[in-house]
Design a protein around this ligand. Sequence first.
Ligand code: ADP
Ligand code: MG
Length: 412
Amino acid sequence: MKRAEDLDVAGRTVLVRADLNVPMDGGAITDDGRIRASLPTIRDLLGREAAVIVCAHLGRPKGDDYAARAAGGPSLRPVADRLAELLGQPVTLAADVAGESARVIASTMAAGEVALLENVRFEPAETSKDDDVRGELAGRLAALADVYVGDGFGAMHRKHASVYDTPLLLPHAAGQLVLAEVGVLRQLTSSPARPYVVVLGGAKVSDKLAVVGNLVGLGRGGGVRASIADRLLIAGGMAYTFLAAQGHQVGDSILQAEQIPQVTAALADADKAGVEVVLPVDHVVADRFAADAEPEVVHGPDIPDGKMGLDIGPATRQLFARKLGDAKTVFWNGPPGVFEFPAFAAGTLAVAEAISHVTGLTVVGGGDSAAAVRHLNLPADAFTHISTGGGASLEYLEGRELPGLAALEAET
Ligand code: ADP
Ligand code: MG
């Protein structure tokens, strides 16, 4: 993969596909980690006399056509303002994605200037399954610039117009963030120092089953061992489907009953591959899903009817810390509890702390996990790497090809 730093960009206009999909509360950005992570590449290009046009998406605009989506939002306006603050220079926000406004800005901007296109998902073509429909948008995006730099790691697993089709139309290279992310993930999948311990949490087991399968060597007949974990600690909402598969009561906790057969198969594969699977042994429960719900500790793995598990209990926190104690490599994706509610955040804090004590490669992946960690005020070097891409890092660990990376690797 070509590096953006090796491209000759002086006097040229560079289209940077970044991942600026930050969590928002109303109009306010609640965690600007992804904007910060995009700065090194943008600064490098500006410092080398390029004009930089940034393309990004935000949220999931709704509506059948451009007009409906643009009217409904979300606009990248707050992101443009934050990016300008962090860069210390103005950022012009185009009124559209690749229309008249973008064209005028692109043709009049000078070296060292930055513009941001409006939310690329206002264009229904961005996410279209039809190659020609995506290709038309890619053509308009490519016409804005001389060079393409892919730096939006969090969107690399999407075969979208701005991620996959546009780089194929221009000289292209990978930005610093993408290169850093791929470098770390490659270490996890090629030769992790052992014990390699993986902690998985989050809400839904269906999101994470494919990665569980890869980590326990599912369907591989035990052939490729490189990416197989030694230990899998499972918590968060997904743990209840695992507990149910083992015959435990889960009360009103979130359960994906239709996934029980796959979970049972994954547990059998883990057993065969010698992967230790560790599930919660106690819980913090409540009678409803709310920040002000009364927390109550349930000792033991079973949860009575009328109660839902919202965090791992104190014994599980200790057990997980012990299981992380001798780790040489850790990957963590998905909070082990509903950390957004302070009364149910202790499990997430405990896991973060336990991982921060590990000496070796420690990687946090996942938008919510990364946001949770940044709010905990742990020292900056508590983890080796906090990935900006949840879905993208999971798909990489599943062993799948990421369309955005494949496009950046293609020769032009
Ligand atoms: P990431 O973005 O890090 O990949 P996910 O999106 O998979 O993580 O999951 C994050 C969500 O999982 C959080 O909003 C958290 O509240 C939720 N979650 C964690 N534990 C539970 C639980 N026991 N019940 C319901 N939701 C949970
Ligand atoms: Mg998430």
